[in-house]
Design a protein around this ligand. Structure first.
Ligand SMILES: CC(C)(COP(=O)(O)OP(=O)(O)OC[C@H]1O[C@@H](n2cnc3c(N)ncnc32)[C@H](O)[C@@H]1OP(=O)(O)O)[C@@H](O)C(=O)NCCC(=O)NCCS
Length: 200
């Protein structure tokens, strides 16, 4: 079952609202788009069915805040403020409250217009201010996903590790890197104060 929360987060242009059962058909379209899958998934990618994606969203909804991203009333993607589930990341930072942020603007017409940046900014503020997060950790961004790399770097994330990886997709081999990023509460606050001081 998709567990629904009741939280709405609003930015200047973006609205994050609870992901509902009725939103699965939107996600199904994104999970059948080859270019979206190329950027988000690993090896052996196939277009997904509702039966494939339902457990993904059930899991996310039960382990964090799962949102639909809307712009002027249009559904453009989804994002989850997810409690860190990878034991090796928790072992790296013992005792810390860590979140990850899987994001998919599934409607390609909305890429590159700042909506991803605005979405992540809203969730960083919510995570650090309201959930008392110590750290965000983004595992496994593909080295060819320029938009995602620039998104995390621009928001102050630091590269932690980079591992070479070989992906086998649709019979084609892609050699790339898998890059992890992190941002701590202190780093986020320092940036915030820095930009406020700069604004005055
Ligand atoms: C990655 C994603 C969330 C970024 O959101 P977005 O709204 O498209 O990106 P933004 O407009 O906020 O821009 C983010 C950065 O990418 C840059 N960018 C935009 N289009 C670009 C392009 N075609 N090539 C390279 N960089 C690009 C922007 O200039 C910006 O960097 P800057 O601030 O240093 O200038 C979104 O594109 C997406 O969901 N893509 C598909 C799924 C995916 O890749 N998920 C992330 C997995 S880690």
């Amino acid at each position: 079952m998709i567990q629904e929360h009741s939280l709405f987060l609003r930015g200047p242009r973006v609205v994050l609202r609870p992901f509902r059962e009725l939103d699965l058909p939107f996600a199904l379209v994104w999970y059948q788009d080859k270019e979206v899958l190329r950027l988000c998934e690993g090896s052996g990618i196939v277009a997904r069915s509702v039966g494939d994606i339902r457990p993904i969203y059930e899991y996310l909804s039960q382990h964090g805040y799962l949102f639909i991203i809307e712009v002027t009333g249009e559904v453009i993607g989804e994002v989850c403020l997810e409690r860190m589930n990878l034991p090796w990341v928790r072992d790296l930072y013992p005792g810390e409250r860590i979140y990850r942020l899987p994001i998919m603007i599934g409607d390609r017409r909305y890429w590159g217009q700042g909506y991803g940046t605005e979405t992540v900014e809203l969730l960083l503020a919510f995570g650090f201010e309201r959930l008392e997060a110590d750290r965000f950790y983004i595992p496994g961004v593909w080295g060819f996903n320029q938009r995602a790399l620039r998104l995390w770097r621009r928001l102050g994330f630091r590269e932690v590790t980079s591992r070479p990886v070989i992906l086998d997709r649709w019979g084609r081999i892609d050699e790339t890197d898998e890059i992890d990023f992190t941002l701590t509460r202190e780093e986020w606050m320092a940036r915030r104060h820095g930009s406020k001081a700069g604004d005055e």
